[in-house]
Design a protein around this ligand. Structure first.
Ligand SMILES: Nc1ncnc2c1ncn2[C@@H]1O[C@H](COP(=O)(O)OP(=O)(O)OP(=O)(O)O)[C@@H](O)[C@H]1O
Ligand SMILES: [Mg+2]
Length: 247
């Protein structure tokens, strides 16, 4: 997969910016995987969690066997078993009986060390979290698990002491500070590379508010405005037009 795969919508020429948060995530993920431990990354929508974990885990592949599981609705333990069956590319039909299913998953997980990336983990309830804990606790499995979720993820996990007490590292993603915006955004996309710092600050305080996804949206609209007007550089008039689409 190319880095662009993780970019918001279609944003040609965007780069992954190595922010302080991304560097911390890299260190945390590397240490979690080395310890065959569990980690939780949580924080607001659009702060760059999914992009960070995918970028960091890709750097560990192929020597590390990484399997991605993303939930889009509240899964039962049964649904978690099916998701794992699919994520592990297991052959044949999924077993019908839970005990048989558990045995199959544990046998597969005992084959070699693996890392699960469980994204959108705020969807998991106690039962689903408990199932991951059960697999992780099994002595034969050498499983590392990275749970990634929105603000609610931390709250849900904290309610599950059996699992949360086993979390090796917690990392909270926050907005870019105004200072970080001035460092990161010129590296994010060429349209900001030669922009006036005042214009970047203007865009951040009026529209993007340190949120990376909002910056990606704003960049897409500003790119369109530059192309339509033929202007060579970003200016406040163009930015105001782009803001009007985000309001
Ligand atoms: N470090 C980064 N460098 C470049 N672009 C980034 C970076 N982090 C985030 N982005 C941009 O912001 C968008 C949103 O990031 P991402 O999808 O990782 O957010 P998220 O925290 O997972 O949000 P959600 O909680 O809604 O899933 C990305 O698609 C990308 O365009
Ligand atoms: Mg995400």
């Amino acid at each position: 997969m190319t880095a662009a795969t993780y970019q918001y919508v279609d944003l040609p020429d965007a780069s992954v910016v190595t922010t302080r948060t991304l560097l911390t995530a890299r260190e945390n993920i590397t240490d979690t995987v080395a310890a065959r431990a569990m980690m939780c990354i949580h924080g607001g929508a659009g702060f760059g969690k999914t992009l960070a974990v995918n970028t960091c885990l890709r750097a560990l592949e192929p020597s590390e066997d990484v399997r991605k599981i993303t939930f889009r609705a509240r899964p039962t333990a049964r649904a978690v078993r099916y998701e794992l069956f699919t994520a592990l590319d297991l052959a044949g039909e999924p077993p019908r009986h839970p005990s048989e299913f558990d045995r199959l998953l544990k046998t597969a997980l005992a084959e070699r060390p693996r890392t699960f990336l469980v994204d959108e983990a705020q969807w998991l309830n106690g039962e689903a979290f408990e199932y991951f804990r059960y697999l992780w606790d099994e002595p034969a499995t050498q499983l590392a698990i990275i749970f990634v979720g929105g603000e609610g993820c931390h709250t849900v996990l904290r309610r599950e002491p059996m699992l949360s007490s086993r979390i090796f590292i917690w990392q909270h993603f926050t907005r870019l500070t105004p200072g970080e915006v001035l460092e990161a955004i010129p590296l994010f996309h060429p349209i900001w590379a030669d922009a006036e710092p005042d214009d970047i600050t203007f865009a951040d305080s009026h529209a993007a508010h340190g949120n990376f996804r909002a910056w990606a949206q704003l960049t897409a609209h500003t790119r369109t405005a530059l192309a339509r007007t033929g202007r060579p550089r970003v200016d406040q008039e163009l930015l105001r037009w782009a803001f009007s689409r985000l309001a």
